[in-house]
Design a binder for this molecule. Structure first.
Ligand SMILES: [Mg+2]
Ligand SMILES: [Zn+2]
Length: 191
């Protein structure tokens, strides 16, 4: 049976959970930060669902196959498992309006900051988005937090240090911190 969770931490993948390497088209390019395992484990132990939410427009653009995405997520799961940590669900949006791949080159409901991936988690785990959190290195991640009424934490890894210097008009994060483990501590302190 699927466990139920009241709260979730929605975690961006590239630049947040793992190093930003441009389009991640080979599993060999998966690189954890030194703190990735500890950060996820702390959230696991606090009883929060950890749900990855990732925009993967490289699929719509035909840069790599869906099997690569699945291999990457299996690799992430294995590395976390070795440190007694886990992600409860891996969700990604394969779409982009400019994509040329049939069926994927569309304007969808799940490309962040749209809330489609979160709605899946709500259906699957019974999560209350208003008591949840989003962590990411881009303003679209904070935008997702705004869209669902969650708290949004911007991290300075990945594109985050650049993003911090150019916030979209009227957009502020609930916290801006150095990295995933700092974001995890910030969240645990607000509970
Ligand atoms: Mg990112
Ligand atoms: Zn989508």
């Amino acid at each position: 049976m699927t466990p139920t969770f009241e709260r979730a931490v929605f975690v961006d993948r590239d630049g947040t959970l793992i190093e930003e390497v441009g389009y991640l088209d080979r599993v060999e390019r998966v690189s954890f930060f030194p703190w990735t395992v500890a950060a996820v484990r702390a959230l696991n132990r606090a009883g929060l669902a950890v749900v990855m939410v990732s925009n993967q427009s490289g699929l719509a653009r035909g840069f790599f196959a869906e099997s690569v995405v699945h291999d990457v997520h299996r690799r992430i799961a294995d590395l976390l498992d070795a440190g007694a940590a886990h992600i409860d669900a891996y969700y990604y949006c394969p779409h982009h309006p400019d994509g040329k791949v049939p069926g994927l080159g569309i304007t969808c409901e799940c490309r962040k900051p749209a809330r489609g991936l979160v709605d899946r988690a709500i259906r699957e785990f019974g999560i209350d988005p208003k008591r949840s959190f989003v962590i990411g290195d881009r303003w679209v991640d904070v935008g997702l937090a705004r869209a669902i009424g969650a708290k949004g934490v911007l991290v300075r890894t990945g594109y985050g240090d650049v993003e911090e210097r150019m916030p979209p008009l009227g957009m502020t994060a609930d916290a801006v911190v150095d990295n995933l483990v700092a974001a995890s501590s910030w969240i645990l302190n607000t509970l």
